[in-house]
Design a protein around this ligand. Sequence first.
Ligand SMILES: [Ca+2]
Length: 427
Amino acid sequence: MDHGRLPRRLAAVPAALVAAGSLVLAGCSGQDAAAPAPVSTEQLPAPSSSAAPGQASEQTSEQGSAGPALPAALAAGHALSGTPQPAQDVVTGLEVPWSTAVLPDGTALVSERETARVLRVAQAGSSWAAQQVVAPGPGGAVPDVTPRGEGGLLGLAVSPTFEQDRWVYAYTTTAEDDRVVRMRLSDDPAGGPGTLSEPEPLVTGIDSATIHHGGRLAFGPDGMLYATTGDASAPSTAQDQQALTGKVLRVTPDGQPAPGNPVEGSPVWTWGHRNPQGLGWDAAGRAFAAEFGQDTQDELNLLEPGRNYGWPLVEGAVAGPDGSDADVTDPAFTAPLVTWRTADASPSGLLVTADAVYVAALRGQELWRVPLADGRLGQPERVFDGAHGRVRDVVAGPDGALWVLTDNTSRGSASPGDDRLLRVPLA
Ligand SMILES: [Ca+2]
């Protein structure tokens, strides 16, 4: 990767991370198979001062305007710190929930993967209650969603300028593809949960199979929309920079390839991913992503534009299924910061707070806390110790706690319809 070819404005924003290439594997021997193995405890590279989130950047100063405000979802995470306390129920009786997104009014939206419903969680007296937002599809669901396998109604994201534009973004599986859409949320003057408009397609034609959809959406500190895509069971496409699968995409809020992407006119931001479902930024503007490995190692990565995260030549820090001849130390591949055995993690959603990266883990039935201090990661710690089953997502809740979705109804569960939105206070 020749970073010198990146447009200057991009190099000034998230890619002050270019030095990440200097991170080297240190001690991922796999010998302590019971514990996750940080592969680097070195100082993470800091973005340049001109790229501080929410500040005027080189990119925006070229446009002669102030920098974008930090998206509320990121700011809310950065305001959190402390030790996780025992979890409490916010809402019970959810059916395969996938994503939570908090609105400026202190309510939150939850997507259900298979019903394609969007629920609005609002305070009701001293507790919380969920009601279905009415969308134009059958039964008030989001239209054109065709759940299959791991696909359906997946990630949600709220526009950073929601109070002006009312856009809610969603990653969906249709009969033909995976796609990113947006819908306008209208409030109900009578105090009900509101309505969603017909979806406007923004990014279409993402190949879709039964498994490996990716599906996480998040607005970055640069105000651009990022989407994680899986390899759709076609691993080699992750190495094809023309394909939309096995990537992290970066587009404008209108769905156009974002200015300054590694290849102008392409939405591709990073590549070589298998099935990334977690995405977040720290207060310094570093991008983190979590990704499912196949049989050996799951990953927490530091993302920087134009980098190749290795799949299917490399899995975690070892040779991948197509990598019998690959040199996993080749700097052409960006190594993960942390790896887990797939049985311990299988990570989905991710939240960066002031002092940690939290990772929701499905197969590992865990909420992992990876300490983050002074730009260094610490040894991952278990928060739930299996107490809540499979865990799908973690966000900063509107009440100052972590809000966490379980995922126990999607696999022939013994307790159908009993997935939960939990709150985990920090103290
Ligand atoms: Ca990788």
